[in-house]
Structure formats: structure tokens, C-alpha cells
Design a protein around this ligand. Structure first.
Ligand SMILES: Cc1cc2nc3c(=O)[nH]c(=O)nc-3n(C[C@H](O)[C@H](O)[C@H](O)COP(=O)(O)O)c2cc1C
Ligand code: SF4
Length: 390
């Protein structure tokens, strides 16, 4: 059986009220046996990195000392992703159930729901949902509004936001699951991951459907809940896309990878199968670049965005991403200097692993995939083409 997050009232009704959520799914279940259920489900995080949920929970559950802290990450800083805002705006109580279950399983006494300020109705809906919960639950829950910046959703930035109001990544270890808010072990978990936990706790033997933000060539984002067996091509065709209009697909958002259109069309959405083929579903973005669009120009635009979003604390990230964006822009403007492509390859490798967070690694993986998929455009760049992502 598949667990579907968007079952329930039609999405255009807005947020499902608490009373209806309880009637439909019953009260908050016990967290007994949840860790084991998570382990056997193989559920992985839906915020981007795809880390196994059970492994993170176990490392917190096994620590000695005082109570832990749970943070639901509703930052959704990825410009091409819309799934988290849709989930929070329509099924807020699934997110709250998941966060409260995590708190029960990990003996946490505080639960922070972090929502980015720019996510349409999501911050107001989550605030109203919190106020609907029983008083005992409300005592543990706090809403924190995050700034709309790409790196504000990184886990140590989220911890810093909760502690000090400043959402920048921390320069030094340890990571939040070891020492986070108030030096307590802190679980930072994407809101979709937590909503999946809320359903899994009720139906441990079922497997999760996946939320994906689909961008067919030349049209806007549509969020769909899909079976893992769906092919990327089927998913895009379901929102009006076609292979003949698709030059390439960006899978996983700005930290993701470009894949040639015809190769992408046959790939399964299943994160495990994708990993085996060397790809990542990341935060669930599937975005088509139209035929006729220029891969170099689109890659330059995204790289410049990522360079501007650096928190400017680590040299290789701040200077390295600017240098990469500059070189890519020179290629795009047909002003490449001798050896520019070799430099792009080398610099993209050199910034990896050299930041306090994985921002430069994400940008590097994105660029390296562009050099593979748009190799001939980079080598003989002529025109700007027409159209772009999203
Ligand atoms: C620069 C950067 C930005 C990130 N932004 C987000 C975000 O907006 N939302 C999110 O859930 N995770 C984001 N992450 C991933 C988080 O650090 C963290 O891994 C995630 O929230 C853990 O939840 P998950 O295991 O359920 O995916 C970001 C990571 C990096 C390096
Ligand atoms: S790697 Fe970049 S985004 Fe991350 S902390 Fe360093 S400067 Fe900030």
C-alpha cells in the first residue's frame, strides 16, 4: 500500500482543519516501534541530501544526556521547488504530527517549526495550525519564520536562526545532530520527511509516494504526488511536457544535475534506483529545459544566483563560485579566454569539500553535469537560444 500525503480534502480548499485531520487519520499514534518501522521502510530525507531518516534518529536516540530538540525544516530555499509550501499550506497537521512523533521517539522537549517568510500562505497556515493543537502539544511547539535565502535552509543555519535569529551556516563542527540548539542534539528534518513519518507511524507496512515539483518545457511548476515506479518522462508528460520539446532535464534543483532529455525520459523516479544510476532525486525537482534554449546561458544564470547566495564566510565558496560564474558568463557572451573550459573543470573540482557547508559542492556538481551534457555548446558557444527553466 502507498502512503499518500495529499489524500484528503481537495487541495484548493486550503489547509485541512485539525478536527478533519483527526477524523480522517485518527489521533497522534504512539512512537513505540517507530524507529524500527523507519529502518525497515528505508525512508530517506526529502530536503535534498537523501540521508536515511532512521540513521539520523538513531544517532540522536543513542546519545547520553538531557533532552533533544526537533526542528521541522520548511525553508524551501530551492527556487524550482514548491512541494514544501504546498504541503504546509494544505496538510499542516501531517507536518506537526511528524515533528511531535520525532520528539516523542527522541525524548525531545522542544519542537521548532521553521517556515520561510516568502512561501505564500505557508507561514500563516502553520501558525493557525499550531493554535489548533491541544494545549499540551502547543507548549512544546514554536514557529520560527526564516529569511528567504538559499543557504538559510542549511541545517546549521537553521540551528543558528532558532538560537540567535541569524540564519547563516556555522563555520565549525560539530553538526546539529551532535550539538545543536542550546548544545542539545538536534534533529533537523525536512517537512515532507516528517509528514512521511506521520503516515508511516499509522501504516508501518506501506511505502511512501513522493512529492515532486514538475516543470514541463516552457510552463510553470506543478506539484504532483507520484509512485516511485513512475518514469521521469511519464511525470513530465502528465503536466503537458513532451520529449520532442525537451532538450535536457535538471533533476534535483540547483544542487542537482543536468541529464540529456532522452536519457532522462526513461529514468525511474525511485530515489534508490536513481542513486544506482548515479543520479539523485534531491528535493524532488524535475525541470525541463526547452529545445532551442541555451544550456550555457541557463547554467551561467543559476551559477551566478548560487554565487550571490553564498554566506561569504568561506573563501573557496565566496570567491570560487564568483570565479566560476564569471568564467561561465564569458563563455556565454562568446568572450571566453584561452583555456577557459579547462579552468572551469579544474575550479569546479577545487571548490568541492572546501566550504563549511555543502553549498560549493552543490554548485560544483551542477556545473560539472552541465559541462558533460552541454559539452558541445561550451566548446563552440554561438547563440543565446530561447527560453529557460521554470
Ligand atoms: C545550502 C543548503 C541549503 C539547504 N536548504 C534546504 C532547504 O531549504 N530545505 C531543506 O529541507 N533542506 C535544506 N538543506 C538540507 C539541510 O541541510 C538538511 O540536510 C535537511 O533539512 C535535513 O532534512 P532531510 O534529511 O529530511 O532532508 C540545505 C542544505 C544546504 C547545504
Ligand atoms: S560554504 Fe559558502 S554558504 Fe556555506 S558557510 Fe561557507 S560561505 Fe557560507
Amino acid at each position: 500500500m502507498t502512503n499518500r500525503l495529499l489524500d484528503g480534502p481537495p487541495l484548493d480548499f486550503g489547509a485541512e482543519p485539525y478536527a478533519q485531520h483527526r477524523r480522517r487519520l485518527g489521533p497522534l499514534p504512539s512512537a513505540a516501534g517507530l524507529l524500527e518501522a523507519l529502518e525497515s521502510s528505508g525512508l530517506r530525507g526529502r530536503g535534498g541530501a537523501g540521508f536515511p531518516v532512521a540513521a539520523k534518529w538513531l544517532s540522536i536516540a543513542e546519545r547520553a544526556g538531557g533532552p533533544a530538540v526537533v526542528i521541522a525544516n520548511g525553508s524551501e530555499g530551492e527556487p524550482l521547488s514548491h512541494k514544501d509550501r504546498l504541503l504546509m499550506s494544505t496538510r499542516p497537521h501531517l507536518v506537526l504530527d511528524g515533528a511531535l512523533l520525532a520528539a516523542a521517539a527522541l525524548r525531545a522537549d522542544r519542537v521548532f517549526i521553521v517556515v520561510a517568510e516568502d512561501l505564500a500562505r505557508a507561514p500563516a497556515v502553520m501558525a493557525a495550525a499550531l493554535a489548533e493543537r491541544p494545549e499540551a502539544e502547543q507548549e512544546a511547539l514554536r514557529l520560527v519564520v526564516a529569511p528567504a535565502r538559499y543557504v538559510a535552509g542549511e541545517s546549521s543555519a537553521i540551528v543558528n536562526l532558532v538560537e540567535s535569529g541569524t540564519a547563516v551556516p556555522t563555520y565549525v563542527p560539530p553538526r546539529p545532530h551532535v550539538k545543536g540548539v542550546g548544545r542539545a542534539p538536534t534533529l533537523v528534518q525536512n517537512v515532507e520527511s516528517l509528514a512521511q513519518v506521520a503516515l508511516l507511524a499509522r501504516r508501518p507496512a506501506s511505502f511512501p509516494a513522493l512529492l515532486a515539483t514538475l516543470h514541463a518545457a516552457g510552463s510553470g511548476p506543478v506539484v504532483r504526488e507520484l509512485e516511485p515506479s513512475t518514469l521521469l518522462g511519464q511525470a513530465l508528460e502528465g503536466v503537458g511536457g513532451s520529449l520532442s520539446q525537451t532538450r535536457a532535464v535538471l533533476l534535483g534543483g540547483y544542487f542537482g544535475t543536468w541529464i540529456d532529455g532522452s536519457e532522462a525520459w526513461e529514468l525511474p523516479l525511485d530515489p534508490r534506483a536513481l542513486r544506482e544510476l548515479g543520479h539523485s532525486f534531491g528535493c524532488g525537482v524535475v525541470a525541463a529545459l526547452p529545445v532551442g534554449a541555451c544550456g550555457v546561458c541557463e547554467t551561467s544564470r543559476v551559477l551566478r544566483y548560487l554565487a550571490e547566495e553564498s554566506s561569504a564566510q568561506c573563501g573557496p565558496c565566496f570567491y570560487g563560485l564568483r570565479a566560476l560564474a564569471g568564467a561561465c558568463e564569458r563563455v556565454s557572451a562568446n568572450q571566453a579566454e584561452p583555456g577557459e573550459l579547462q579552468r572551469l573543470q579544474r575550479w569546479a573540482q577545487e571548490v568541492r569539500g572546501r566550504g563549511a557547508c555543502r553549498h560549493p559542492d552543490g554548485a560544483s556538481g551542477f556545473l560539472l553535469s552541465a559541462l558533460r551534457v552541454f559539452g558541445s555548446d561550451f566548446a563552440g558557444h554561438r547563440t543565446h537560444g530561447r527560453g529557460g527553466l521554470g
